[in-house]
Ligand binder design. Structure first.
Ligand SMILES: Cc1cc2nc3c(=O)[nH]c(=O)nc-3n(C[C@H](O)[C@H](O)[C@H](O)COP(=O)(O)OP(=O)(O)OC[C@H]3O[C@@H](n4cnc5c(N)ncnc54)[C@H](O)[C@@H]3O)c2cc1C
Length: 472
């Protein structure tokens, strides 16, 4: 069986790696990966500048999601995994240009400790009263697919949407709490509300249960990364797949189904495959599959995306002497700034910068500021430097500046997302030779992309093994 993988980000490369594993076990399959760009890895990209490690896209992954660490294990680079410096984990919210630490006991956006929340200047007295009243919320099943903003506002009020929910979600999804689906983005909250009513009581119960289970377990860092950056995972993948099967600079333009085979038209000509793994953003997959399955294509095209700009600035530690401890800060929309978030990279992970240097990485864009992508580097740098000066008092000339633009990179799980995904999954299931992977369905982060690539590869290798065709 000949498999075409379209898209060479982490999803497509994971599919290639797990297909390669099956092929070396004797499953009769071959594969070719077609990537439009000139490099592989998609939004995973790291480089070294001035002795510092600079991440263009993701800088880490959630440790609790096992697929990325498992892949590193299989790639033989598990000894390169590093954990975030959680002892220094402190995140600030910008309120009227001041940094206010998120209070202790805040779990995602739910308060679980009374005293630190009561004393925190992050919330008004009115919000603190709402938080106390929230403890009495009755259990309630969610009938309609509410937005995160609607759900959080029902529990804690509009201030918590503005100061916590929205900035936290724009950090993870580049999205807006008033667009994102509570069911898709915070399924645990929806379950908790149904069972307990109060999210604070539910979180506390879950936390206590977890504490009992974890009492004897070694504590794990919240985030994991690789010593030499996320690119290390891409480089290790490239070492393990069939390099002759990877074609960069090959943009897929259309796909047609003919006699049970997929004819794939690329910038280099037409190729025929028995099976396909779509590993592009969903909107591209939708466009490409329009002549294969119109309904599936419409659902794929309906997944919205937001864009992101990351701006990394390197400094000497002397220049950063006024920087507070912690991982960085989030900027609520009500502050009317272009910056959404900022990470103090050298605090978050070890080995990112030499001891005498520090790295500050800012995020702009998101679903409400697509326009920032069209600005020139100089203009983006000026915006970030002006905002860092206003928020941190940081006025020093950076030693280097690196700007990366990620257009349409982050899928938005808007209301109706889970119904759409169920339809997409049903359509894909009805075509065993077609797989669709990526961040547009049931998990936006790197581990879920790896999981989708692995699952696609395993289903196709089973198909190949059952078909028992000799490899061509
Ligand atoms: C700035 C930023 C920060 C992030 N931070 C984190 C983080 O810290 N932790 C985390 O877990 N996740 C993070 N994410 C999310 C995560 O990085 C992505 O979800 C993941 O990398 C997506 O991988 P992918 O392979 O599905 O898609 P992509 O990386 O988008 O790859 C898709 C590939 O398809 C190719 N392609 C498109 N069209 C065609 C075509 N017609 N023909 C051939 N090829 C085509 C593209 O060129 C691209 O290489 C971040 C994302 C961004 C943008």
């Amino acid at each position: 069986m000949r498999v075409g993988i379209i898209g060479g980000g982490i999803s497509g490369l994971s599919a290639a790696f797990y297909l390669e594993k099956e092929r070396t076990k004797g499953v009769p399959l071959t594969y070719v990966l077609l990537e439009a760009g000139n490099r592989l890895g998609g939004s995973m990209f790291s480089e070294h500048i001035d002795g510092c490690l600079v991440e263009g896209g993701p800088d880490s992954f959630l440790t609790e999601k096992p697929w990325a660490a498992n892949l590193c294990q299989e790639l033989g680079i598990a000894d390169q995994l590093i954990g975030s410096n959680d002892a220094q984990r402190k995140t600030y919210i910008v309120v009227h240009n001041r940094l206010i630490a998120m209070p202790d006991g805040l779990m995602f956006m739910v308060p679980t400790k009374i005293l630190p929340t009561a004393l925190s200047p992050l919330f008004s007295v009115g919000t603190k009263c709402r938080m106390v009243a929230e403890l009495l919320h009755p259990p309630r099943p969610m009938r309609n697919d509410e937005t995160v903003a609607q759900m959080v506002e029902r529990h804690f009020g509009a201030e918590v949407v503005d100061r916590l929910a929205d900035p936290l979600l724009s950090g993870v999804y580049g999205g807006d709490a008033s667009d994102l689906s509570a069911r898709a983005v915070l399924p645990r909250f929806v379950d908790m509300e149904e069972k307990y009513g109060s999210l604070s009581r539910a979180m506390l119960a879950a936390h206590n249960k977890m504490k009992a289970v974890m009492a004897h377990a070694k504590p794990r860092p919240l985030f994991s990364s690789l010593r030499d950056g996320m690119q290390q995972m891409i480089d290790a993948l490239l070492e393990r797949v069939d390099r002759s099967a990877l074609r960069t600079g090959t943009s897929v333009q259309s796909i047609a189904l003919r006699d049970g085979k997929y004819d794939v038209t690329t910038s280099a000509g037409v190729e025929s495959f028995d099976a396909l793994v779509m590993a592009t953003p969903a909107r591209v997959a939708g466009k490409l599959l329009a002549n294969v399955d119109g309904k599936l294509a419409d659902d794929l095209r309906a997944v919205q995306y937001s864009s992101s700009v990351t701006v990394t600035m390197g400094y000497s530690m002397q220049q950063l002497s006024g920087l507070p401890p912690g991982f960085g800060f989030l900027v609520p929309r009500s502050e009317h700034r272009r910056m959404l978030a900022c990470t103090f990279v050298h605090n978050k992970f070890p080995h990112r910068a030499p001891a005498d240097k520090g790295i500050v990485r800012s995020f702009l864009g998101g679903s409400k500021d697509e326009a920032v992508l069209s600005l020139g580097d100089q203009e983006i740098e000026s915006i970030v430097r002006a905002e860092l000066k206003a928020i941190l008092g940081l006025d020093a000339e950076p030693r280097f500046v690196r700007i990366y633009r990620w257009r349409g990179a982050m899928a938005q799980y808007t209301t109706g997302h889970l119904d759409r995904v169920a339809r997409i999954e049903a359509a894909v299931k009805s075509r065993p030779s077609l797989e669709i992977t990526g961040n547009a369905f049931r998990g936006i982060g790197v581990p879920d992309c790896i999981r989708t690539g692995q699952e696609a590869a395993l289903r196709l290798s089973l198909l190949a093994a059952n078909a028992g065709q000799p490899a061509r």
